[in-house]
Design a binder for this molecule. Structure first.
Ligand code: MN
Length: 283
């Protein structure tokens, strides 16, 4: 409630500012400045991030050099290129791909499927490389561990649930640990294709802020594990970067995405009244 109150206050200030602008000089520029307040960028803004570690760093433990080259340099690069193609000529898209996939519904119909597929592919892989840690993993600690134990009973139970989600995803997709919006409870689930739990389209019930994810497309493991997806999933635990999971967990707690929608909803009627009064005052 405090946060939505702050947002409401900021919004009213903006409206007052706008009203003042219109009333004094009728300058429509102020309106467009207001609408364009959020950072926007042109097309081709998305670029392939570096892997962050040598391609052969996980060789023999998780997946090898050739898989990482194909996965990063070909597959991830393809998603980035196709995403940029889908957004050519658009200068009104968020520059953060995680924000972009939260707002697919705002895009014109023709752009929604390419952004879901390739924006999802870019977002998922950009997250994925950060979840891999050459040199070995260590189990989570602190509040992250406490919450995992609270939600799943034990760290081992969490691992078993995650493995189950990853192995039972039929065809291509991702297994996830998410922090759910509103309840702030953890959940293990999976999505199809390149869907990401942040997406505002019909992706099923696997929704929330991703804390950890595993790519279970065959391109992620076939050269190293052939058809043995379970072997790949079990090997994942040897290289998970729980520091990166912790970082996402800490950020999630203060993320606007995680705000309780129900409390925002409660203030919407008073919001409309305020807007109505302001419009009357402006005219
Ligand atoms: Mn992949």
């Amino acid at each position: 409630m405090v946060r939505s109150g702050t947002i409401a206050f900021a919004f009213v200030l903006q409206l007052l500012h706008l009203c003042h602008g219109f009333a004094s000089n009728g300058d429509a520029v102020k309106k467009s400045a207001f609408l364009a307040r959020e950072a926007k960028v042109g097309a081709s803004a998305f670029s392939l991030p570096s892997l962050g570690f040598p391609y052969d760093a996980l060789e023999g433990v998780f997946v090898g050099n050739q898989t990482m080259h194909l996965h990063h340099d070909r597959h991830h690069a393809f998603y980035v290129n196709m995403l940029n193609k889908a957004l050519v000529g658009r200068d009104d898209v968020p520059q953060d791909v995680e924000i972009l996939v939260q707002r697919i519904g705002n895009l014109p119909d023709a752009a929604q499927t390419p952004v879901r597929n390739h924006g999802g592919g870019h977002a998922n892989h950009a997250m994925f490389w950060k979840w891999l840690k050459p040199g070995g993993s260590h189990e989570p600690s602190g509040k992250l561990r406490e919450m995992i134990v609270k939600e799943f009973g034990s760290f081992a139970n969490f691992q078993a649930e995650f493995q189950k989600a990853a192995v039972s995803r039929f065809g291509s997709g991702w297994a996830w640990l998410v922090l759910q919006r509103g309840t702030h409870k953890m959940k293990v689930c999976s999505t199809a294709n390149q869907d990401n739990p942040l997406m505002d389209v019909d992706i099923g019930d696997c929704r929330g802020m991703p804390l950890l994810g595993l790519d279970v497309w065959e391109h992620a493991y076939y050269l190293d594990f052939f058809n043995l997806r379970l072997g790949y999933i079990k090997a994942f635990w040897k290289v998970v970067n729980f520091d990166a999971v912790q970082e996402r967990f800490d950020k999630a707690l203060t993320s606007p995405y995680m705000q309780d929608r129900s409390s925002a909803h409660m203030s919407s009627s008073s919001f409309l009244m305020i807007i109505g009064v302001l419009l009357m005052w402006c005219s």
